[in-house]
Design a protein around this ligand. Structure first.
Ligand SMILES: Cc1ncc(COP(=O)(O)O)c(C=O)c1O
Length: 449
Protein backbone atom coordinates (compact mmCIF):
# COMPACT_ATOMS: atom_id res chain seq x y z
CA UNK A 1 0.00 0.00 0.00
CA UNK A 2 1.31 3.45 -0.82
CA UNK A 3 1.82 5.98 1.89
CA UNK A 4 0.29 9.13 0.43
CA UNK A 5 2.60 11.57 2.15
CA UNK A 6 5.67 9.55 1.26
CA UNK A 7 4.49 9.13 -2.33
CA UNK A 8 4.76 12.89 -2.83
CA UNK A 9 1.12 13.09 -3.89
CA UNK A 10 -0.37 16.47 -3.10
CA UNK A 11 -1.56 17.10 0.44
CA UNK A 12 -4.13 19.84 0.21
CA UNK A 13 -3.56 22.51 2.79
CA UNK A 14 -6.97 23.95 2.07
CA UNK A 15 -8.63 20.87 3.53
CA UNK A 16 -10.56 22.40 6.40
CA UNK A 17 -11.00 18.96 7.92
CA UNK A 18 -7.38 18.92 8.98
CA UNK A 19 -7.00 22.39 10.44
CA UNK A 20 -6.04 23.33 14.03
CA UNK A 21 -8.99 25.73 14.10
CA UNK A 22 -11.34 22.83 13.59
CA UNK A 23 -9.59 20.69 16.20
CA UNK A 24 -9.97 23.55 18.68
CA UNK A 25 -13.69 23.81 17.90
CA UNK A 26 -14.11 20.10 18.46
CA UNK A 27 -12.20 20.19 21.74
CA UNK A 28 -14.42 22.95 23.02
CA UNK A 29 -17.78 21.64 21.82
CA UNK A 30 -17.82 17.86 21.60
CA UNK A 31 -18.40 15.53 24.53
CA UNK A 32 -16.88 12.07 25.01
CA UNK A 33 -19.84 10.28 23.45
CA UNK A 34 -19.69 12.35 20.27
CA UNK A 35 -15.95 11.85 20.02
CA UNK A 36 -16.37 8.11 20.38
CA UNK A 37 -18.83 8.14 17.47
CA UNK A 38 -16.42 10.20 15.37
CA UNK A 39 -13.65 7.73 16.13
CA UNK A 40 -15.86 4.87 15.07
CA UNK A 41 -16.71 6.68 11.85
CA UNK A 42 -13.01 7.14 11.17
CA UNK A 43 -12.41 3.47 12.00
CA UNK A 44 -14.80 2.09 9.38
CA UNK A 45 -14.98 4.61 6.55
CA UNK A 46 -12.29 5.05 3.94
CA UNK A 47 -10.82 8.50 4.44
CA UNK A 48 -11.11 11.15 1.78
CA UNK A 49 -10.37 14.81 1.50
CA UNK A 50 -13.12 17.26 2.46
CA UNK A 51 -15.31 14.51 3.97
CA UNK A 52 -13.23 12.97 6.71
CA UNK A 53 -12.46 13.03 9.53
CA UNK A 54 -15.97 14.27 10.28
CA UNK A 55 -16.76 17.47 12.11
CA UNK A 56 -19.64 16.38 14.31
CA UNK A 57 -22.45 13.82 14.52
CA UNK A 58 -25.99 14.71 13.51
CA UNK A 59 -29.06 13.28 15.17
CA UNK A 60 -31.83 15.08 13.31
CA UNK A 61 -32.63 17.73 10.75
CA UNK A 62 -35.85 19.55 10.10
CA UNK A 63 -36.76 22.66 8.12
CA UNK A 64 -33.76 24.98 8.20
CA UNK A 65 -32.08 23.30 11.17
CA UNK A 66 -29.61 20.53 11.93
CA UNK A 67 -29.53 19.01 15.41
CA UNK A 68 -26.40 17.30 16.68
CA UNK A 69 -26.23 14.37 19.11
CA UNK A 70 -25.65 16.82 21.95
CA UNK A 71 -28.97 18.51 21.16
CA UNK A 72 -27.50 21.71 19.68
CA UNK A 73 -29.38 23.30 16.78
CA UNK A 74 -27.66 24.87 13.79
CA UNK A 75 -29.16 26.90 10.99
CA UNK A 76 -27.95 25.05 7.92
CA UNK A 77 -26.66 27.56 5.36
CA UNK A 78 -24.88 24.84 3.40
CA UNK A 79 -27.06 21.72 3.27
CA UNK A 80 -24.96 20.48 0.35
CA UNK A 81 -27.50 22.48 -1.64
CA UNK A 82 -30.12 19.77 -1.34
CA UNK A 83 -32.41 21.75 0.94
CA UNK A 84 -34.30 24.23 -1.23
CA UNK A 85 -37.52 23.14 0.52
CA UNK A 86 -35.83 22.51 3.86
CA UNK A 87 -35.42 19.11 5.48
CA UNK A 88 -38.29 16.72 6.08
CA UNK A 89 -40.97 18.68 4.24
CA UNK A 90 -44.33 17.01 5.08
CA UNK A 91 -45.33 16.82 1.39
CA UNK A 92 -42.15 14.91 0.56
CA UNK A 93 -42.57 12.59 3.54
CA UNK A 94 -46.14 11.83 2.45
CA UNK A 95 -45.24 11.24 -1.19
CA UNK A 96 -42.29 9.02 -0.31
CA UNK A 97 -44.32 6.97 2.17
CA UNK A 98 -47.12 6.47 -0.37
CA UNK A 99 -44.76 5.40 -3.17
CA UNK A 100 -42.88 3.14 -0.78
CA UNK A 101 -46.11 1.44 0.27
CA UNK A 102 -47.36 1.08 -3.30
CA UNK A 103 -44.35 0.51 -5.57
CA UNK A 104 -40.97 0.51 -3.82
CA UNK A 105 -39.01 -0.24 -7.00
CA UNK A 106 -39.38 -0.42 -10.77
CA UNK A 107 -37.53 -3.21 -12.51
CA UNK A 108 -35.81 -2.24 -15.78
CA UNK A 109 -37.91 -2.51 -18.94
CA UNK A 110 -40.99 -1.43 -16.95
CA UNK A 111 -42.08 2.08 -16.29
CA UNK A 112 -44.34 3.59 -13.65
CA UNK A 113 -46.73 6.46 -13.04
CA UNK A 114 -44.31 8.31 -10.71
CA UNK A 115 -41.51 8.40 -13.30
CA UNK A 116 -43.86 9.40 -16.12
CA UNK A 117 -45.46 12.16 -14.01
CA UNK A 118 -42.03 13.53 -13.12
CA UNK A 119 -40.81 13.45 -16.72
CA UNK A 120 -43.96 15.26 -17.88
CA UNK A 121 -43.66 17.82 -15.11
CA UNK A 122 -40.02 18.56 -15.98
CA UNK A 123 -40.91 18.97 -19.66
CA UNK A 124 -43.66 21.39 -18.64
CA UNK A 125 -41.59 23.59 -16.36
CA UNK A 126 -38.28 23.58 -18.22
CA UNK A 127 -37.54 26.41 -20.64
CA UNK A 128 -37.56 26.01 -24.44
CA UNK A 129 -37.91 22.53 -25.81
CA UNK A 130 -35.98 20.65 -23.12
CA UNK A 131 -38.73 18.09 -23.27
CA UNK A 132 -36.81 14.83 -23.00
CA UNK A 133 -35.17 13.54 -19.86
CA UNK A 134 -33.29 10.75 -18.17
CA UNK A 135 -32.89 10.30 -14.43
CA UNK A 136 -29.78 9.25 -12.55
CA UNK A 137 -28.95 8.57 -8.91
CA UNK A 138 -26.59 11.55 -8.69
CA UNK A 139 -25.42 14.72 -10.35
CA UNK A 140 -22.11 13.36 -11.63
CA UNK A 141 -23.87 10.52 -13.40
CA UNK A 142 -26.32 12.96 -14.97
CA UNK A 143 -23.43 15.13 -16.25
CA UNK A 144 -21.82 11.98 -17.56
CA UNK A 145 -25.00 11.15 -19.50
CA UNK A 146 -25.05 14.68 -20.93
CA UNK A 147 -21.50 14.36 -22.24
CA UNK A 148 -22.21 10.92 -23.70
CA UNK A 149 -25.31 12.24 -25.43
CA UNK A 150 -23.34 15.21 -26.78
CA UNK A 151 -20.79 12.80 -28.25
CA UNK A 152 -23.56 10.70 -29.82
CA UNK A 153 -25.36 13.74 -31.23
CA UNK A 154 -22.31 15.47 -32.71
CA UNK A 155 -19.95 12.61 -33.50
CA UNK A 156 -17.28 14.68 -31.73
CA UNK A 157 -15.77 14.04 -28.32
CA UNK A 158 -14.07 17.19 -27.04
CA UNK A 159 -15.55 19.40 -24.38
CA UNK A 160 -14.76 22.92 -23.21
CA UNK A 161 -15.33 23.54 -19.54
CA UNK A 162 -14.15 26.15 -17.05
CA UNK A 163 -11.15 26.18 -14.77
CA UNK A 164 -12.20 26.09 -11.11
CA UNK A 165 -15.53 24.48 -11.98
CA UNK A 166 -16.99 21.39 -10.35
CA UNK A 167 -19.23 18.83 -12.02
CA UNK A 168 -18.88 15.82 -9.73
CA UNK A 169 -16.23 13.52 -8.35
CA UNK A 170 -16.28 10.61 -10.82
CA UNK A 171 -13.33 10.13 -13.16
CA UNK A 172 -15.10 11.66 -16.15
CA UNK A 173 -16.57 14.61 -14.25
CA UNK A 174 -13.26 15.50 -12.58
CA UNK A 175 -11.87 15.70 -16.11
CA UNK A 176 -14.44 18.38 -16.89
CA UNK A 177 -14.00 20.05 -13.51
CA UNK A 178 -11.24 22.56 -12.95
CA UNK A 179 -10.31 22.20 -9.29
CA UNK A 180 -6.86 20.85 -8.48
CA UNK A 181 -8.11 19.09 -5.38
CA UNK A 182 -10.17 16.76 -7.52
CA UNK A 183 -8.01 16.54 -10.64
CA UNK A 184 -4.50 16.19 -9.28
CA UNK A 185 -2.54 13.06 -8.54
CA UNK A 186 -5.07 10.68 -10.03
CA UNK A 187 -3.42 9.85 -13.33
CA UNK A 188 -4.69 10.40 -16.88
CA UNK A 189 -8.05 12.12 -17.16
CA UNK A 190 -10.61 11.91 -19.97
CA UNK A 191 -9.07 12.92 -23.30
CA UNK A 192 -10.45 15.96 -25.06
CA UNK A 193 -11.54 17.76 -21.89
CA UNK A 194 -10.21 21.27 -22.59
CA UNK A 195 -10.50 24.19 -20.18
CA UNK A 196 -10.90 27.94 -20.44
CA UNK A 197 -10.88 30.68 -17.76
CA UNK A 198 -14.13 31.25 -15.90
CA UNK A 199 -15.96 34.60 -15.88
CA UNK A 200 -14.42 35.60 -12.56
CA UNK A 201 -13.31 39.26 -12.77
CA UNK A 202 -11.17 39.19 -9.63
CA UNK A 203 -9.02 36.30 -10.85
CA UNK A 204 -9.27 37.08 -14.54
CA UNK A 205 -6.15 36.15 -16.55
CA UNK A 206 -7.21 38.77 -19.09
CA UNK A 207 -6.89 41.43 -16.38
CA UNK A 208 -10.55 42.43 -16.22
CA UNK A 209 -10.35 43.50 -12.59
CA UNK A 210 -13.63 44.29 -10.87
CA UNK A 211 -15.76 44.54 -13.97
CA UNK A 212 -16.01 41.84 -16.57
CA UNK A 213 -15.31 42.82 -20.17
CA UNK A 214 -16.11 39.29 -21.27
CA UNK A 215 -12.81 38.66 -22.97
CA UNK A 216 -13.18 35.17 -21.50
CA UNK A 217 -16.36 34.63 -23.55
CA UNK A 218 -14.56 35.74 -26.70
CA UNK A 219 -11.77 33.34 -25.81
CA UNK A 220 -14.28 30.45 -25.82
CA UNK A 221 -14.97 31.25 -29.45
CA UNK A 222 -11.24 31.39 -30.18
CA UNK A 223 -10.72 27.94 -28.62
CA UNK A 224 -13.73 26.47 -30.42
CA UNK A 225 -12.36 27.75 -33.69
CA UNK A 226 -8.85 26.44 -33.05
CA UNK A 227 -9.96 23.04 -31.73
CA UNK A 228 -12.53 22.68 -34.47
CA UNK A 229 -14.08 19.44 -33.24
CA UNK A 230 -15.70 20.25 -29.92
CA UNK A 231 -18.95 18.51 -29.00
CA UNK A 232 -20.06 20.71 -26.11
CA UNK A 233 -19.37 23.58 -23.77
CA UNK A 234 -20.13 22.38 -20.23
CA UNK A 235 -20.46 24.86 -17.37
CA UNK A 236 -22.23 25.76 -14.16
CA UNK A 237 -24.60 28.66 -14.86
CA UNK A 238 -23.57 30.24 -11.55
CA UNK A 239 -21.17 28.94 -8.92
CA UNK A 240 -21.28 28.51 -5.14
CA UNK A 241 -18.25 30.74 -4.92
CA UNK A 242 -20.60 33.60 -5.71
CA UNK A 243 -19.49 33.62 -9.33
CA UNK A 244 -22.53 35.15 -10.98
CA UNK A 245 -21.54 35.89 -14.58
CA UNK A 246 -22.97 39.03 -16.17
CA UNK A 247 -26.17 38.32 -18.12
CA UNK A 248 -24.38 39.08 -21.40
CA UNK A 249 -21.85 36.36 -20.70
CA UNK A 250 -24.31 33.51 -21.15
CA UNK A 251 -26.04 35.26 -24.05
CA UNK A 252 -22.70 35.56 -25.78
CA UNK A 253 -21.73 31.95 -25.07
CA UNK A 254 -25.13 30.80 -26.33
CA UNK A 255 -24.68 32.61 -29.62
CA UNK A 256 -21.06 31.41 -29.97
CA UNK A 257 -22.24 27.80 -29.50
CA UNK A 258 -24.98 28.34 -32.08
CA UNK A 259 -22.55 29.84 -34.58
CA UNK A 260 -20.08 26.98 -34.12
CA UNK A 261 -22.72 24.20 -33.88
CA UNK A 262 -21.48 23.24 -30.44
CA UNK A 263 -23.91 22.06 -27.77
CA UNK A 264 -24.29 24.02 -24.56
CA UNK A 265 -24.71 21.91 -21.42
CA UNK A 266 -25.53 23.86 -18.26
CA UNK A 267 -25.00 22.32 -14.83
CA UNK A 268 -27.61 23.63 -12.38
CA UNK A 269 -27.29 20.70 -9.99
CA UNK A 270 -26.81 22.81 -6.84
CA UNK A 271 -28.60 26.03 -7.77
CA UNK A 272 -31.49 25.12 -10.05
CA UNK A 273 -35.02 24.64 -8.73
CA UNK A 274 -35.62 28.12 -7.41
CA UNK A 275 -32.54 29.08 -5.43
CA UNK A 276 -31.46 31.92 -7.69
CA UNK A 277 -34.94 33.43 -8.01
CA UNK A 278 -36.28 31.53 -10.99
CA UNK A 279 -37.00 27.83 -11.35
CA UNK A 280 -33.88 27.46 -13.51
CA UNK A 281 -30.99 29.91 -13.41
CA UNK A 282 -30.70 29.98 -17.21
CA UNK A 283 -34.08 31.74 -17.18
CA UNK A 284 -32.48 34.66 -15.35
CA UNK A 285 -30.01 34.84 -18.23
CA UNK A 286 -32.75 34.56 -20.85
CA UNK A 287 -31.11 31.62 -22.61
CA UNK A 288 -31.98 27.98 -23.14
CA UNK A 289 -29.13 25.45 -23.15
CA UNK A 290 -29.25 22.34 -25.31
CA UNK A 291 -29.08 20.24 -22.17
CA UNK A 292 -29.74 21.21 -18.59
CA UNK A 293 -28.67 19.08 -15.64
CA UNK A 294 -30.37 19.31 -12.26
CA UNK A 295 -30.00 17.21 -9.11
CA UNK A 296 -29.40 17.67 -5.38
CA UNK A 297 -32.55 19.51 -4.22
CA UNK A 298 -34.63 17.52 -6.70
CA UNK A 299 -34.68 14.76 -4.08
CA UNK A 300 -36.52 17.00 -1.60
CA UNK A 301 -33.60 17.40 0.81
CA UNK A 302 -33.33 13.70 1.31
CA UNK A 303 -33.10 11.36 -1.66
CA UNK A 304 -30.55 10.99 -4.46
CA UNK A 305 -32.00 11.84 -7.84
CA UNK A 306 -30.70 13.97 -10.70
CA UNK A 307 -32.05 14.61 -14.16
CA UNK A 308 -30.69 15.35 -17.59
CA UNK A 309 -33.12 17.52 -19.54
CA UNK A 310 -32.37 17.56 -23.25
CA UNK A 311 -33.68 19.21 -26.38
CA UNK A 312 -36.28 17.02 -28.02
CA UNK A 313 -34.21 16.46 -31.17
CA UNK A 314 -31.27 15.18 -29.09
CA UNK A 315 -33.10 11.91 -28.59
CA UNK A 316 -30.35 10.12 -30.55
CA UNK A 317 -29.12 7.47 -28.11
CA UNK A 318 -31.49 4.69 -29.12
CA UNK A 319 -28.61 2.37 -30.12
CA UNK A 320 -26.51 3.12 -27.02
CA UNK A 321 -26.81 2.97 -23.26
CA UNK A 322 -26.91 6.61 -22.19
CA UNK A 323 -27.49 6.04 -18.49
CA UNK A 324 -28.61 2.50 -17.75
CA UNK A 325 -28.78 3.10 -14.01
CA UNK A 326 -30.44 0.61 -11.68
CA UNK A 327 -32.48 3.42 -10.16
CA UNK A 328 -33.26 5.27 -13.39
CA UNK A 329 -37.02 5.08 -12.82
CA UNK A 330 -37.14 4.48 -9.08
CA UNK A 331 -40.73 5.34 -8.05
CA UNK A 332 -39.80 6.49 -4.55
CA UNK A 333 -37.15 8.91 -5.84
CA UNK A 334 -39.49 10.15 -8.56
CA UNK A 335 -42.30 10.69 -6.05
CA UNK A 336 -39.95 12.74 -3.87
CA UNK A 337 -38.88 14.83 -6.88
CA UNK A 338 -42.43 15.45 -8.01
CA UNK A 339 -43.49 16.49 -4.52
CA UNK A 340 -40.45 18.80 -4.33
CA UNK A 341 -41.34 20.61 -7.55
CA UNK A 342 -44.95 20.92 -6.42
CA UNK A 343 -43.80 22.46 -3.12
CA UNK A 344 -41.50 24.93 -4.94
CA UNK A 345 -44.41 25.94 -7.16
CA UNK A 346 -47.22 26.00 -4.59
CA UNK A 347 -45.17 27.87 -1.98
CA UNK A 348 -43.82 30.30 -4.61
CA UNK A 349 -40.26 29.52 -3.47
CA UNK A 350 -38.46 30.90 -6.52
CA UNK A 351 -40.09 34.31 -6.06
CA UNK A 352 -39.51 34.04 -2.32
CA UNK A 353 -35.81 33.37 -2.97
CA UNK A 354 -35.62 36.47 -5.16
CA UNK A 355 -37.35 38.70 -2.59
CA UNK A 356 -35.74 37.34 0.58
CA UNK A 357 -32.41 37.07 -1.22
CA UNK A 358 -32.48 40.77 -2.15
CA UNK A 359 -33.11 41.75 1.48
CA UNK A 360 -30.46 39.29 2.68
CA UNK A 361 -27.89 40.78 0.29
CA UNK A 362 -28.75 44.28 1.58
CA UNK A 363 -28.06 43.09 5.12
CA UNK A 364 -24.80 41.51 4.03
CA UNK A 365 -23.81 44.79 2.35
CA UNK A 366 -24.52 46.54 5.66
CA UNK A 367 -22.11 44.07 7.26
CA UNK A 368 -19.56 44.95 4.59
CA UNK A 369 -19.84 48.63 5.56
CA UNK A 370 -19.02 47.73 9.15
CA UNK A 371 -16.29 45.14 8.58
CA UNK A 372 -13.55 46.16 6.18
CA UNK A 373 -12.34 42.58 5.81
CA UNK A 374 -15.44 41.88 3.70
CA UNK A 375 -14.14 42.83 0.29
CA UNK A 376 -17.08 41.76 -1.79
CA UNK A 377 -20.68 40.64 -1.38
CA UNK A 378 -22.21 38.73 -4.26
CA UNK A 379 -25.32 36.74 -4.81
CA UNK A 380 -28.42 35.91 -6.75
CA UNK A 381 -31.59 34.93 -4.94
CA UNK A 382 -30.67 32.92 -1.88
CA UNK A 383 -27.16 32.11 -3.08
CA UNK A 384 -24.84 34.58 -1.37
CA UNK A 385 -21.09 34.81 -0.92
CA UNK A 386 -18.74 37.09 1.01
CA UNK A 387 -15.13 37.38 -0.12
CA UNK A 388 -12.69 38.28 2.65
CA UNK A 389 -9.46 40.18 2.05
CA UNK A 390 -6.92 41.77 4.32
CA UNK A 391 -6.00 45.43 3.98
CA UNK A 392 -2.95 44.43 1.89
CA UNK A 393 -5.30 42.75 -0.61
CA UNK A 394 -4.30 39.19 0.27
CA UNK A 395 -7.05 36.57 0.60
CA UNK A 396 -8.12 36.31 4.26
CA UNK A 397 -8.28 32.52 4.39
CA UNK A 398 -7.47 31.98 8.07
CA UNK A 399 -9.98 34.67 8.98
CA UNK A 400 -12.70 33.03 6.85
CA UNK A 401 -12.08 29.75 8.59
CA UNK A 402 -12.12 31.42 11.99
CA UNK A 403 -15.46 33.08 11.19
CA UNK A 404 -16.84 29.72 10.07
CA UNK A 405 -16.06 28.02 13.40
CA UNK A 406 -17.08 31.03 15.46
CA UNK A 407 -20.46 31.02 13.67
CA UNK A 408 -20.80 27.29 14.19
CA UNK A 409 -20.30 27.86 17.91
CA UNK A 410 -23.23 30.31 17.74
CA UNK A 411 -25.51 27.95 15.84
CA UNK A 412 -24.89 28.85 12.19
CA UNK A 413 -23.40 26.27 9.82
CA UNK A 414 -21.94 27.18 6.42
CA UNK A 415 -18.95 26.41 4.24
CA UNK A 416 -16.05 28.36 2.89
CA UNK A 417 -14.89 28.02 -0.67
CA UNK A 418 -11.64 28.91 -2.47
CA UNK A 419 -10.22 29.57 1.03
CA UNK A 420 -11.51 33.10 1.53
CA UNK A 421 -15.12 32.95 0.35
CA UNK A 422 -17.96 32.45 2.84
CA UNK A 423 -20.85 30.79 1.03
CA UNK A 424 -24.38 31.16 2.37
CA UNK A 425 -27.15 29.02 0.91
CA UNK A 426 -30.09 28.76 3.32
CA UNK A 427 -33.25 26.82 2.51
CA UNK A 428 -35.72 28.83 0.42
CA UNK A 429 -38.34 28.09 3.07
CA UNK A 430 -36.32 29.79 5.82
CA UNK A 431 -38.19 32.11 8.17
CA UNK A 432 -37.03 35.69 7.66
CA UNK A 433 -36.27 36.00 11.38
CA UNK A 434 -33.84 33.06 11.04
CA UNK A 435 -32.21 34.73 8.05
CA UNK A 436 -31.85 37.88 10.11
CA UNK A 437 -30.42 36.02 13.08
CA UNK A 438 -27.81 34.51 10.73
CA UNK A 439 -26.63 38.02 9.78
CA UNK A 440 -26.55 38.93 13.47
CA UNK A 441 -24.40 35.88 14.18
CA UNK A 442 -22.08 36.84 11.33
CA UNK A 443 -21.91 40.40 12.61
CA UNK A 444 -20.91 39.18 16.07
CA UNK A 445 -18.27 36.86 14.60
CA UNK A 446 -16.74 39.61 12.44
CA UNK A 447 -16.75 41.95 15.44
CA UNK A 448 -14.86 39.34 17.47
CA UNK A 449 -12.25 38.75 14.76
C1 LIG B 1 -22.08 22.10 -9.75
C2 LIG B 1 -22.13 20.65 -9.38
N1 LIG B 1 -22.19 19.73 -10.36
C3 LIG B 1 -22.23 18.42 -10.08
C4 LIG B 1 -22.19 17.96 -8.78
C5 LIG B 1 -22.19 16.48 -8.50
O1 LIG B 1 -23.37 16.07 -7.92
P1 LIG B 1 -23.39 14.69 -7.09
O2 LIG B 1 -22.62 14.93 -5.83
O3 LIG B 1 -24.85 14.44 -6.86
O4 LIG B 1 -22.76 13.67 -7.96
C6 LIG B 1 -22.11 18.88 -7.73
C7 LIG B 1 -22.03 18.42 -6.33
O5 LIG B 1 -21.64 19.11 -5.44
C8 LIG B 1 -22.09 20.27 -8.04
O6 LIG B 1 -22.01 21.19 -7.07
Amino acid sequence: MRDLEASGMPQFEGDVNLSPERAAWQREHLNAETRALLEEDARYFLHQSLSSPCLNVLAACEGSFLVDTQGRRYLDFHGNNVHQIGFGHPKVREAVAAAMAQLPFCTRRYTNRYAIDLARKLATISPGNLNKCLFAPGGAEAISMAVKLARMATGRFKTISLWDSFHGATLDTISLGGEALFRSGIGPLMPGAEHVPPPEPQRCPFGCGRSCTMKCADYVEYVLEREGDVAAVVAETVRSTGTIPPQDYWRRIRSICDRRSVLLILDEIPHGLGRTGSMFTCEYYGIVPDMLVIGKGLGGGSLPIAALLAREDLDVGRQHAVGHFTHEKNPVLCAAALATIEVIESEGLARRAAELGARFLDRLRDLQMRHSIIDDVRGLGLLAALTLRRSDGSPAEAEAEHIMYAALGRGLSFKTSMGNVIVLTPPLTIEERDLNSATEILDACFTGL
